[in-house]
Design a binder for this molecule. Structure first.
Ligand SMILES: Cc1cc2nc3c(=O)[nH]c(=O)nc-3n(C[C@H](O)[C@H](O)[C@H](O)COP(=O)(O)OP(=O)(O)OC[C@H]3O[C@@H](n4cnc5c(N)ncnc54)[C@H](O)[C@@H]3O)c2cc1C
Length: 512
């Protein structure tokens, strides 16, 4: 009998994983999800674009956590036979699962994809991560390659004190590679110079990666790959959103509730207990009561939403927590102008990349996704057309964010034409998507985040999970894992601090 209520804010990967765990691992707690948007999946959702599907930034599914892999494969068993594009091209595929499903006969299936992504810089392609090969030397020039080698050697022997992301990267790649491939691009992504960004971001995202590890990896001399170098990933047949829809169906069919179009606007606390949550649901105001409050909403909004606010200092840190926002322009094209100059066969010889890092300093676009290479089933006429998205990192209410859809789409197409990605005349249709708070940022008020954590921990029935819920650069797997952990902590009455350790401690990073 489920006589206790867990109110879960947000139906993204973290909130859904948490509700799923309440239903499968407890008998007395009913999860009720409150979600502001009209659909589930949060920023990992797949949106419709005239009958094709597009992720908000292609979302590769990769995890070292077995419990997460098991859940993904429970809802979407692995593919065991070739996808339609591999069949058409008669491509060799050697990673299919024994007893796996045929994606041409069933829809609920997880594809196994080969990762291919490169850097586009100086109107040329470079391996990602940059590798030492003849083509790199040719594209970079012999003199610059020589300088890069010398500065890398220097960085091996003379280490800088690591005070920020710039120091972190120079210590691992040398000054020349850093200023060629990281400095400008980091600024494009974060809107800040690497000098102004905490080295914690590098520790979390680049972890143990260095030039030496990248070279060992390229030469196949190492077994343990850094996450950044992983060359295979999972991807649902119809995009990431397919998984979230299946999980939502499970939750609703097994005793949980999901309320869409329901925005949490206030958390009504008496001292250190949150007794109820005020929401605006389809334009009406309601109150929900719960025994446990699990929040994946941004920490900033959570704290500003607390009704009885005790401490001015905490309020100020929360108000100033930094985020980076994101926009994409999806384009359905007759063809790409970029040519496939690799050994990989593709339909219509489109570039084989899943995504391309656009490191050209003369344009604002940061990445190009080619959805045909994620799943052919996502693209309406994948044999004749190409579905791409141009990705932009920006700040809510900056000049680009505030441009009309029409003006921004035009701007994006012109940029793509300028650097040789496409011809304007080949654009059939377009769509723009905006994502607020896509990236919790690691600068400015973030330095005081420890105080926020301590403050939130003092609420006896509050549990913070997920990416913005913890203001941590979590991927889908760690966001989900934090949802699992919240249930484990509640069920076993464990220390809440365990939650904040997801994706920071080696124990979590190394889990196989
Ligand atoms: C461009 C981009 C590419 C990415 N690529 C990858 C990738 O390749 N692989 C990977 O693993 N991860 C990737 N990620 C990260 C991934 O998107 C996140 O880890 C994941 O979505 C976080 O899940 P979450 O549930 O914590 O948060 P979210 O997905 O943000 O979900 C939170 C939910 O809470 C809701 N919400 C917020 N405020 C309120 C409120 N006041 N009331 C009610 N509801 C509210 C939101 O609407 C949202 O649905 C990428 C992210 C971005 C931005």
């Amino acid at each position: 009998m489920r006589n206790k209520i867990a109110l879960i804010i947000g139906a993204g990967p973290a909130g859904l994983a948490c509700a799923y765990k309440f239903l499968t691992e407890t008998e007395d707690i009913k999860p009720i999800i409150l979600e502001e948007l009209s659909g589930v999946g949060g920023i990992s959702r797949t949106v419709d674009f005239n009958g094709s599907g597009i992720d908000l930034g292609g979302h590769r599914m990769y995890s070292k956590v077995q419990e997460i892999l098991n859940l993904w494969n429970e809802f979407l068993p692995l593919q065991g036979e070739k996808s339609i594009d591999d069949l058409i091209l008669n491509r060799e595929v050697n990673n299919l699962s024994d007893n796996g499903l045929n994606p041409n006969k069933t829809d609920k299936v997880m594809l196994k994809k080969r990762r291919f992504s490169r850097i586009y810089y100086s109107r040329k392609f470079f391996d990602y991560p940059v590798s030492l090969k003849l083509s790199t030397i040719f594209n970079l020039g012999i003199f610059k390659t020589f300088l890069a080698g010398c500065s890398y050697l220097k960085s091996c022997f003379i280490k800088r004190e690591e005070n920020n992301l710039e120091d972190f990267m120079i210590n691992r790649f040398g000054k020349v590679l850093y200023s060629t491939f990281f400095e400008n691009y980091t600024e494009k992504v974060w809107g800040r110079h690497p000098r102004d960004i905490s080295k914690e971001w590098g520790e979390q995202r680049i972890k143990g990666l260095s030039l030496s590890k990248a070279i060992l990896n390229a030469l196949k001399l190492t077994k343990n790959k850094e996450t950044t170098l992983i060359d295979e990933f999972f991807y649902p047949k119809f995009g990431c959103g397919q998984l979230w829809n299946l999980m939502a169906d499970y939750i609703k069919d097994n005793g949980g509730e999901i309320h869409l179009n329901t925005k949490v606007v206030a958390l009504n606390n008496v001292n250190k207990k949150i007794n109820s949550i005020t929401v605006i649901e389809n334009s009406n105001q309601y109150e929900y009561y719960g025994d446990y409050i699990i929040s994946s909403m941004p920490v900033k909004d959570l704290i500003l939403g607390l009704k009885n606010y005790p401490d001015e200092n905490i309020l100020n840190i929360a108000k100033n927590l930094p985020y980076r926002d994101y926009m994409l322009v999806a384009l359905y094209l007759d063809k790409l102008k970029l040519k496939n100059n690799t050994k990989y066969k593709t339909i219509n010889n489109i570039c084989p990349d899943n995504w391309i890092y656009i490191q050209e300093p003369d344009v604002k676009v940061g990445r190009l996704q080619i959805m045909n290479n994620w799943s052919p089933y996502l693209v309406k006429d994948f044999e004749n057309k190409v579905l791409v998205s141009l990705e932009y990192f920006c700040d809510e209410n900056d000049e680009y964010w505030n441009m009309s859809d029409e003006a921004f789409i035009d701007f994006a197409i012109n940029e793509a034409e300028k650097i040789g990605i496409l011809d304007k005349k080949d654009v059939i249709s377009s769509k723009r998507e905006k994502v607020q708070k896509a990236y919790p940022a690691y600068f400015d008020a973030f330095k005081d985040f420890g105080k926020i954590k301590e403050f939130l921990n003092t609420f006896e029935n509050l549990y913070c999970i997920g990416r913005n819920g913890q203001h941590k650069y979590n991927n889908m797997d760690h966001s989900m894992l934090s949802g699992f952990e919240a249930v484990r902590i509640i069920k076993n009455n464990l220390d809440k601090d365990i939650l904040w350790r997801v994706n920071t401690e080696n124990a979590y990073q190394e889990l196989k």
